[in-house]
Structure formats: C-alpha cells, structure tokens
Design a protein around this ligand. Structure first.
Ligand SMILES: [Zn+2]
Length: 339
C-alpha cells in the first residue's frame, strides 16, 4: 500500500479517537507535525502531542517479521533530530500499519536522546497481528522498553493508560498478565493480579484490566447492535454501550446480554428512568416524569424525544446477544416500573 501523507495519517488517528468514544479538539494547524490535541474522555481530559508515521515492512534479514517507522522531518538540534515531550500533557509516538489496520505505539521515555542518522523504531509482526485480534498487544524491545500494538477502537484505552502500560516493561510477570488480560479480560481476577504482579506494577495492571474490560464490553455490544441506538436507530459516531443493570449493582455483569447500544440522550433517559423496555422488548415511557418535566419547564426537546422512540427496541440478530430477562426485570424493579 502506498504510504499515507501526514494529513491522512492524522485523519485516521482522529477516526480512532472517535471509534474509542473520545471527543477532542485539534489545537495545531492542519499541516503541523507533530499535531496537538486536547482529548476529552468521559473521566479525563489531557493535552496530547502526536508523532505519526507509516509503518513499513522489513529491513533486517535476521528479523524478517519486523515493521518500523522511519523517523523523518523532526526539528533538529545540533544536527540531530529530537522528540520533544508535551509539557504538562502526554506524548504519543505512533506508526500506522495499513496492511493490518493497527497502530504501533512507542514509549517516548526511551527516545528522548538526540537521534542518530536514518533513525527508525521497530515492532514485530506477531504483536501487530495479536492487536488486530485482541485490541492491544505488547512487544518487548529489551532493556525494559515495551512497544504496544493498538487496534483503532482501543486507542482510547492506550492513551488513557499509556504511562502505566509502558511501565509494565520492567516486569515480565506484569507483561504476562497484560497478555492474558488482552486475550480475555475476564480470564484474570483482580485477586490474581494482587498476587502475581510485583507491587509497583499492580496498579498499572489493574487499571489496564479495567480499561480493557470496558473496551471489550463496548466492542461486543456496539457490534451486536450494528452500531445503532436500540431505541431510535440513530447511527452516531459516539454511541454508548450501556449496561442494562448498572455496573455498580452487585448482580451486574459485562456479558453482552447485559448491554444495549444507546445514543447519548436515550442512554441518559434510560439511566434516569424516563424510558425503559420490558422482557418482550416493548418500550415504555414514564409519562408521570414527563409531565413533571413539562411542569417544571424542563421539557425542551421532549416531543423530539418521544417521536424518535421505536415502539420496541431493535435487538441483535444473534439471540444470545439479546437483553436477558433477568437483567431487564431487575433493573425495572429497581427503578419502580409497573407495566
Ligand atoms: Zn436513541
């Protein structure tokens, strides 16, 4: 595939941010490289500097499965190119592999020295392939440095946890746990992490597990619902994977059948008990609450909200992905719905 130009690479990177449900503001100009963003997640906001190149295949005969970014075009100091950290923010060094549809992500902490002639940074193909399957995979580069391969919809997970993830390079056991968690986030219990991970890396592995579980749930639910709101059919880029029985409830799980894809306004309305659905998948509105909203003058857009609702939720074609009766009944009981 022909290499992409910087604006195309950054456009793809922005698509990855959206695919991992992050909002952002681009702070740098159209043709600037590195680019700067303000990233706005659900729980955090940070400034991000992004260096990005195409990953190209091959190079050394001894390592036939190697991909690399060729670092070019950086500002020079004393005749040497240098990476510069974003002050008070995060810095990502990325390579885009068009063939496999994944990114390589490198730890800037290991690349702050002046760069030599024709500098490149490598990653091995098995890591890229594994990220294509599991979302995130690591490649140990030696001397505690770890590079990650990241599927676009996992970019948010990587960016939010990049410091903790790269820090796992100092512990083989932490890396083994990460690998296991990436393949199946539910295969490792938190207690097992407490037991196996060395003390300074426990937090890193636990927060990575939490983020990977969320990304996994979101991916399964949105795919099951073909990326459209089950209550109104809208296909927005920022669609939520909502828990039917809220995650804070002791009986809540991350099974797909405890999830439903909802647009932001139907997600809020569902969580607040303004709208729900029964085990026959019929949608019910809380008319008493609607009247109250109208009385208190908070009825802006309520007609749109009503008119956009389907009579029944649109369920996934695969039966085992559909909302389970137990979760539906529990949440409706909890919120005092009577049908
Ligand atoms: Zn909706």
């Amino acid at each position: 595939m022909p290499p992409l130009r910087k604006p195309e690479l950054l456009h793809l990177f922005e698509e990855a941010l959206r695919a991992s449900s992050l909002s952002f503001l681009k702070l740098s100009g159209g043709g600037d490289h590195p680019a700067t963003y303000q990233i706005l997640g659900q729980n955090e906001s940070f400034r991000l500097r992004v260096y990005i190149w195409n990953l190209t295949f091959g190079g050394r005969v001894s390592l036939p499965d190697e991909w690399r970014i060729q670092v070019t075009g950086l500002p020079e100091f004393d005749g040497h190119q240098r990476f510069i950290r974003e002050t008070g923010g995060k810095t990502a060094i990325l390579g885009w592999c068009a063939d496999l549809g994944v990114y390589a992500a490198y730890d800037i902490g290991y690349h702050l020295d002046p760069l030599g002639g024709s500098p490149s940074i490598q990653i091995r193909q098995p890591a890229l392939e594994s990220a294509r399957l599991n979302g995130l995979a690591h490649h140990f580069r030696g001397a505690e440095e770890v590079a990650f391969a990241v599927r676009p919809s996992y970019m948010g997970v990587y960016l939010a946890n990049m410091e903790e993830l790269h820090a796992c390079g100092s512990s083989e056991e932490a890396l083994r746990l990460l690998e296991q968690i990436s393949a199946d986030p539910d295969s490792v219990a938190e207690a097992e992490i407490e037991e196996r991970a060395p003390a300074p890396r426990k937090y890193a592995v636990i927060s990575a597990r939490k983020a990977l579980r969320e990304a996994d749930f979101r991916g399964r639910v949105l795919t099951a619902y073909s990326n459209s709101c089950a209550m109104c059919g809208v296909q927005l880029r920022l669609l939520d994977a909502a828990h039917i029985l809220p995650a804070a409830h002791p009986d809540s799980t991350d099974e797909t059948r405890n999830g439903i894809a909802l647009c932001a306004s139907h997600h809020r309305a569902f969580d607040r008990g303004l709208v729900t659905f029964d085990s026959g998948f019929h949608i019910h509105r809380n008319e008493e609450m609607e009247r109250e909203l109208v009385r208190s003058g908070l009825d802006g857009g309520i007609d749109d909200f009503r008119n956009s609702l389907f009579p029944m939720i649109e369920v996934p074609p695969n039966r085992s992905d559909r909302p389970a009766e137990g979760f539906i009944q529990q949440v409706n009981e909890m919120r005092g719905w009577r049908f």
